[in-house]
Design a protein around this ligand. Structure first.
Ligand code: PGA
Length: 236
C-alpha cells in the first residue's frame, strides 16, 4: 500500500477545514498536513494522522512567530514537511536551514518528509538527477545518519506542482530509482520516496502502477473532499 500525504498549504479556511473533515472518510494511515491553526481540529475531529508543513530551526524560546518541533510534538503532530520548493523559493530556505529543521525534528521524534525537485530549466537541460542528488547529499551529509529511517523523500518536480503537468511514468521511475540508489550507495540505507506534483483523480490509477513509488505528496487534490476520497479508495 502506498503512503498518502496531503499538503493543504493555505488553501482552506476554518469552515472549509470542517467541510473537508466531514466530507472525507478519514483514515489513520493517511497523513494530512494542515496549516498550524488547524492541527488541533484534525486531531480532535478526524482519524487522520497529522503532520505540519513547516517547523522552526530553533528550540523553544525567543523566536516570535515560529512554531518549534517540541510544540509540534506535544500537540500531537507525527510528521513535518521540510524543504518544500515553495519554502525554498518564497522564504529563501537553503540546505543548511533544512539541516537545522531536520535536526530539531529528530530531537523530538517527529518523522520528516523531505522535498526535493528540479525546475523546468533543469529538466530541459537534462540535469535533473545531478540537481536532486545534490539536494539530497547537501542535507544527508549533515544530519544524524543513524536516523535516516525517520526520513521520507518526496520527489516533486517544481514544474509539476499545481500545474496539472506530470512527468511520464518512465521519468518518475528514472529519478526515483536514482535517488534510492544514491542513498543506498552513499549511506547504506533504504529510503522511501514519494512522488508529488499534480497528483489527481485523473492520474492516480496510472501512477499506482509504478511499484518503486512509495506514495504521494498531494497538494490541491488534498483539499477537495470528493477527489481525495477517490484517491484514498484507490490505495487501500
Ligand atoms: P499539487 O502540490 O498536488 O497541488 O501539485 C503538491 C505539493 O506541492 O506538495
Amino acid at each position: 500500500m502506498k503512503t498518502i500525504i496531503g499538503n493543504q498549504k493555505t488553501y482552506l479556511n476554518a469552515d472549509e477545514v470542517n467541510n473537508f473533515i466531514n466530507g472525507t472518510n478519514s483514515r489513520e494511515d493517511v497523513i494530512i498536513c494542515p496549516s498550524y491553526p488547524f492541527i488541533n481540529t484534525y486531531l480532535e475531529k478526524s482519524k487522520y494522522t497529522v503532520g505540519a508543513q513547516n517547523v522552526s530551526e530553533k528550540t523553544n524560546g525567543g523566536t516570535t512567530g515560529e512554531v518549534s518541533a517540541s510544540q509540534l510534538r506535544t500537540l500531537g503532530a507525527k510528521y513535518c514537511i521540510v524543504g518544500h520548493s515553495e519554502r525554498r523559493e518564497y522564504f529563501g530556505e537553503k540546505s543548511e536551514n533544512i539541516v537545522n529543521k531536520i535536526t530539531r525534528l529528530f530531537e523530538e521524534g517527529i518523522k520528516v518528509i523531505f522535498c526535493i525537485g528540479e525546475n523546468l530549466e533543469l529538466r530541459e537541460s537534462g540535469t535533473t538527477k545531478d540537481f536532486v542528488g545534490k539536494q539530497v547529499l547537501e542535507v544527508f551529509d549533515n544530519i544524524d545518519r543513524t536516523k535516516l529511517e525517520e526520513v521520507t523523500i518526496a520527489y516533486e518536480p517544481i514544474w509539476a506542482i499545481g500545474t496539472g503537468l506530470t512527468p511520464t511514468n518512465e521519468e518518475i521511475i528514472d529519478v526515483i530509482t536514482y535517488i534510492k540508489d544514491l542513498v543506498k550507495d552513499k549511506y547504506d540505507k533504504e529510503i522511501k520516496v514519494l512522488y508529488g506534483g499534480s497528483v489527481s483523480k485523473k492520474n492516480i490509477d496510472e501512477l499506482n502502477t509504478i511499484d518503486i513509488v512509495d506514495g504521494y505528496l498531494i497538494g490541491g487534490a488534498s483539499t477537495k473532499p470528493e477527489e481525495f476520497n477517490y484517491i484514498m479508495e484507490r490505495n487501500v
